[in-house]
Design a protein around this ligand. Structure first.
Ligand SMILES: [Zn+2]
Ligand SMILES: [Zn+2]
Length: 372
């Protein structure tokens, strides 16, 4: 904070680039020295205490752990970070917090895409698509919330034990009822309790699924309404995902990703298999619905790409036509994703550095996307 006061600015962009490096070093030192406890890291005082407790030095620490306060307490099992820390199968200290979320948004989208196809609607449903985006949250049993990984694992285990449907997940109040929790070890899930809690939740779940399919049908056939709703304040207190007031000073000088990485996010568990794309045969794509163009135009950016490209266009990289590039993605959504790239990124070194439009997945082969 002292550093922030000493550097009021304004600065030129190139000065800012230099100062960001300095700010990063100061931040790392402050976390290490215990001056900043609202962030964590592999060298924080808490991490030193955890190392001493387990007699192990290596951490497997994720960005939610680094980005949250050293005083954080799991709202589900009530354990502190110190109590949550435990030694994993590879002899590493597990330090992971995850965002526990309801799957109703996914259920809603899947219902929308299937209702769209079934109704054979011939016109894009942009407002209907937006309504579905918003309504996913409205049907959720709870807002997204940061919990320890053990609580999130207990949810999956309880779902298996109770054989509950894939779109259902237990709320933190329900998880609390079905676990036996202790320091430095995973939760024990009691099978009889899992079944009991699911049995209590089932009628409301069935009702929600029935409502979801009714809303999905309305949204896909232009028979819908619009409903705004308020968001809860700060249920995910992780640096970079929300902005607490003191953090606006930190955020001015450090981007979340590089800061969390420098503080010690360590996610490597096994080496990624970069040759997977050559070894695994591609699954054949799902057949396009007859009204796929209307479904495609429902995502406006995809519709714009479609309109912008002439009828005879084909991808300059793989030579496939517009029609050949449309596919059915997750939850039955019709996808036509284009990306604007420069020749440089494609490794073309000759004179024409004109931006090119190519289909998006060309660039994603072997890369894969990571969610924090
Ligand atoms: Zn917990
Ligand atoms: Zn292509």
């Amino acid at each position: 904070m002292k550093w922030c006061i000493e550097h009021p600015g304004p600065y030129t962009p190139s000065e800012e680039i230099e100062l960001r490096k300095e700010a990063m070093a100061v931040l790392v030192e402050s976390v290490k020295a215990g001056d900043i406890t609202s962030l964590d890291g592999a060298e924080s005082p808490l991490s030193e205490r955890i190392r001493a407790q387990h007699g192990v030095t290596d951490f497997e620490m994720n960005s939610n752990w680094v980005g949250s306060s050293q005083d954080w307490i799991c709202p589900c099992c009530g354990r502190s970070k110190f109590q949550v820390s435990r030694v994993g199968k590879k002899g590493q200290i597990l330090a992971k917090l995850v965002i526990h979320h309801d799957h109703m948004g996914e259920a809603m989208k899947a219902a929308f895409h299937s209702a769209f196809e079934a109704a054979g609607t011939r016109v894009e449903q942009i407002d209907g698509g937006r309504l579905v985006e918003r309504m996913g949250d409205a049907f959720a049993a709870y807002a997204e919330v940061l919990v320890c990984e053990d609580c999130n694992n207990a949810d999956s285990e309880a779902k298996k034990l109770a054989r509950s449907p894939s779109y259902f997940s237990f709320s933190i109040g329900q998880i609390r009822r079905l676990i036996r929790s202790a320091d430095h070890r995973p939760h024990l899930v009691e099978p009889a309790r899992a079944e009991k809690v699911w049995a209590e939740a089932e009628p409301a779940y069935k009702l929600r699924m029935k409502l979801i399919s009714a809303v999905a049908r309305a949204a896909a056939t232009d028979a819908h309404w619009y409903e705004p709703h308020a968001r809860a304040a700060d249920p995910i207190p992780v640096f970079g995902l929300t902005r607490r007031s003191f953090e606006s000073e930190i955020a001015r000088w450090a981007y979340a990703d590089p800061l969390l990485r420098t503080l010690g996010v360590i996610t490597k568990v096994s080496a990624p298999n970069l040759s997977r794309w050559r070894q695994v045969a591609q699954k054949p794509g799902k057949q396009l619905p007859a009204n796929y163009l209307a479904m495609l135009r429902t995502e406006e950016s995809h519709g714009r790409s479609w309109e912008a490209l002439p009828e005879g266009w084909c991808c300059p990289v793989c030579r496939r036509s517009k029609n050949e590039l449309v596919y059915v993605g997750g939850q039955g959504k019709v996808i036509f994703a284009m990306r604007l790239v420069t020749a440089r990124r494609l490794g073309v070194t000759d004179a024409h550095l004109q931006p090119l439009r190519i289909d998006a997945h060309e660039l994603e082969v072997g890369g894969g996307s990571m969610r924090r």
